[in-house]
Design a protein around this ligand. Sequence first.
Ligand SMILES: Cc1cc2nc3c(=O)[nH]c(=O)nc-3n(C[C@H](O)[C@H](O)[C@H](O)COP(=O)(O)OP(=O)(O)OC[C@H]3O[C@@H](n4cnc5c(N)ncnc54)[C@H](O)[C@@H]3O)c2cc1C
Length: 373
Amino acid sequence: MTDAFDVVVVGAGIAGCACARELTDAGVQVAVVEHDAPGGGATAAGMGHIVVMDDSPAQLALTHYARSLWQKLTSELPASVEYEERGTLWIAADHEEMTQVHTKHATCTGDGVRSEVLDAVALSEAEPRLRTGLAGALLVPDDAILYPPAAARYLLQAAQRAGARLIRGTVTRAGNGAVTLSDGTMLASDHIVIATGVEVSMFPWIRLKKRKGHLVITDRYPGFVRHQLVELGYLKSAHATTSDSVAFNVQPRMTGQLLIGSSRQYMQEDATADAGLVDRMLRRAYEYMPQLASLSATRVWTGFRAATSDKLPWIGPTHDPTLYMLAGFEGLGITMAPAAARLLADHLLARQSAIDPGPYLPERMARAETILV
Ligand SMILES: Cc1cc2nc3c(=O)[nH]c(=O)nc-3n(C[C@H](O)[C@H](O)[C@H](O)COP(=O)(O)OP(=O)(O)OC[C@H]3O[C@@H](n4cnc5c(N)ncnc54)[C@H](O)[C@@H]3O)c2cc1C
């Protein structure tokens, strides 16, 4: 017998779980198919920095909208999600980077994102363990931190409480109104959502690249760092499309642990941690905060970001009228998930969206065929 659903979501990462929650809230009958632990995949590997990014107007619109949706969720999030508005400090190493601080401040102000320029003295008061001699920073106080796998699981459980069904299994085919699992189970739906992160081999037309990242987690050092700290050079690292790159990016967890990142590598299929790259990443972190070198690290892991050629996700319909995409979030999927899910739900339910969904439509993939990342 083939079960039928209004919507079948393939993948229970943060995107699929947010989508299931959004749709069940609107009374839609949803099934989520997952072949691993819900909230595993890239979601479990991510840092959980909820951050407004302004690489492009479309990225700014989506991340700002997404952050506001996370803020609305805070009253219901359980303690296990560890949501905290710590704020981001975008650190300028020198006067040239201070120019970027002012530019970013103007962009934030223009979009209604609160931010504050800190000079060198104010920066060292805000984060006394940073090395001396840094030029200043931009503080974005409403940016937040959460624990991504717990957030995904919470959203899925909320969807399940509202009637969503979680089906364990591997999807081997999806399209033309049907989803086939490896055990032969068939599900029928006119709305199938691809939320499989980097696992898109069953859709050869999807032009996505894996971008490997490493993170180090330390033992517990409560109060060692107060904000999410990111060097402004991170933006260069996130934009680099060819070489391996590292950047200073440190996050204080509610447990007192510190997450130390970040790295970006293309052309890597192997999930094994690269000792040389981890060493480079840590040395970069020590340049900004020398005392980090005295902390004990407990674990290193890697994950794969799903990178698109124009650094925006794909949210919406595809050439197959029964297939919809919710993928391609690169390093911002935890941040973007609630907004991406809302935009897709708006489309499926013919609702007006709060922001223009145009820049994220998958139809642009065809236009980008020749400018692959
Ligand atoms: C090191 C690192 C740090 C990051 N830091 C941040 C950060 O600070 N802030 C931020 O916003 N983002 C961050 N990201 C990005 C973020 O983690 C991802 O964008 C996000 O988790 C993607 O979520 P997803 O649901 O699209 O994919 P995933 O979490 O990968 O979920 C996809 C799910 O689909 C399932 N699946 C796949 N194929 C099938 C199939 N055939 N059948 C059944 N199930 C299937 C998988 O098992 C998986 O559970 C980071 C990423 C990395 C790697």
